[in-house]
Design a protein around this ligand. Structure first.
Ligand SMILES: Nc1ncnc2c1ncn2[C@@H]1O[C@H](COP(=O)(O)OP(=O)(O)O)[C@@H](O)[C@H]1O
Ligand SMILES: [Mg+2]
Length: 333
């Protein structure tokens, strides 16, 4: 297979969007907030929170794609302004990022006051109906809440001036941006949580398996492998701790190997190889879910947890399982 075909196949896989209840719920809440624009009500904000890799940015991008810019006679009507809060964010860099997204020609020259004024003017001039700030936890730099307080004030300023609602998306500690500032707290319409899938919860497990089936369709390999089968889905869940980001990465890497080796299907040994490749540092000592015969479900990643579980937790869990298996006379990893 030549490189361009390979790239196209991988890009098609990356484009897959699986409809999930949690993303639909997030979209509904964002739509409610969006509809409050132009009603004369004061601007409100909504938090979209969850651990990294859960699907927050995908939900935001999908909402923005459904509400594209409209070319009008004298302007481009920007219905949604989506920005990513820059790392090490200051109020100045936040204002500049918004200016750049609004098409300002020289955002880097403005100081904070000028930049903020221009942001307000451009938001109005472009007819922005909703601002979506992704990675909003980057507004908090320190343990003192100081930046969070300033950032909250800045956001209240935007809400006051433009009557334009704002979605703040990021890791759960963005709640502090809202809870440390009473004015912003008053403007909050709550939060939507997009988390990891719990294997033990039947509805969540079923949806996780449906997502895997949807992903498999996009691979277009000659032979099916049944990613969503209980057997394989449990192993993918174990590796990803129920987060879609690591699950998709795992499948994509296995898919690449299958293409490079002209294999007609995925397989557990292929996944085992990819797990070994993807794990780094202490993670290498964790159980590889594709090489063991029997596997107990892993708990889903928690609210603030990145996907790699701590080694001690994992080995304690394995010991517990071994003890349990011995007492039941069965086999565990
Ligand atoms: N609904 C979905 N359908 C298909 N893939 C998804 C979906 N949600 C998330 N993903 C996958 O998970 C990855 C991580 O999602 P992302 O939205 O970037 O997570 P977060 O913003 O919560 O850190 C995405 O790059 C995508 O591959
Ligand atoms: Mg994200």
């Amino acid at each position: 297979m030549d490189w361009s075909e390979r790239s196209l196949r991988i890009a098609a896989f990356r484009d897959v969007y699986a409809v999930t209840r949690r993303a639909e719920e997030a979209e509904e809440r964002i739509r409610d907030l969006h509809l409050s624009h132009g009603t004369g009500q004061e601007g409100h904000c909504l938090l979209l929170v969850g651990p990294p890799g859960a699907g927050k940015s995908v939900a935001l991008r999908r909402y923005a794609a459904r509400h594209p810019d409209v070319e009008e006679q004298l302007r481009t009507h920007r219905r949604i302004l989506g920005i990513e809060v820059p790392p090490g964010c200051t109020l100045r860099s936040l204002a500049r990022t918004m200016l750049a997204a609004l098409g300002d020609v020289a955002p880097s020259r403005a100081n904070q006051v000028e930049a903020t004024k221009r942001v307000h003017t451009l938001l109005k001039a472009c007819g922005v109906e909703l601002v979506m700030m992704d990675e909003a936890h980057r507004l908090i730099h320190t343990d003192t809440d100081r930046i969070a307080y300033d950032a909250a004030d800045y956001i209240v300023g935007l809400l006051n001036t433009n009557l334009c609602p704002i979605v703040l998306a990021g890791q759960p500690h963005i709640e502090r941006v809202v809870t440390t500032n009473a004015q912003l707290g008053r403007r909050s319409v709550g939060e939507v949580y997009i988390g990891a899938y719990e294997w033990e919860d039947q509805d969540q497990r079923n949806e996780f398996r449906l997502v895997l089936n949807a992903l498999e369709q996009a691979l277009r390999l000659p032979f099916p492998f049944r990613l969503g089968s209980a057997e394989t889905a449990l192993r993918i869940h174990h590796f990803s701790r129920g987060l879609l980001g690591p699950a998709v990465l795992l499948i994509e890497e296995a898919f690449k190997l299958a293409l490079d080796r002209s294999l007609g299907a995925l397989s557990h040994p292929l996944f085992a190889e990819v797990v070994d490749r993807l794990r780094i540092g202490d993670g290498r000592r964790l159980v590889n879910p594709f090489v063991v015969e029997a596997l107990a479900p892993a708990p889903a990643a928690g609210r603030d947890e990145a996907v790699r579980p701590r080694v001690e937790e994992e080995s304690a869990r394995r010991q517990r399982r071994r003890r349990q298996a011995r007492s039941e006379g069965g086999h565990a990893d």
